[in-house]
Design a protein around this ligand. Structure first.
Ligand SMILES: [Zn+2]
Length: 66
């Protein structure tokens, strides 16, 4: 599975705020932090947990350095 910083992702489970299905990857390391585009809340996953829960990846076209 290919994903990188700033990509937009859709998770199998929607955030409880129900404002958006999409999240942005805001930090990548041993763990991955994603931010809900609906409310701005962020959630941390381990890479294996993230890959289990992600449904779709929409690659970011911009190369933004962290
Ligand atoms: Zn939210």
């Amino acid at each position: 599975m290919e994903y990188k910083l700033n990509d937009i992702v859709e998770m199998k489970k929607m955030h409880p705020c129900k404002k958006s299905k999409q999240w942005r990857i805001i930090r990548m390391g041993a763990d991955i932090r994603i931010k809900c585009l609906g409310c701005g809340a962020s959630v941390l996953f381990s890479r294996s947990e993230f890959e289990k829960k992600v449904k779709k990846i929409i690659p970011c076209e911009l190369e933004i350095e962290d």
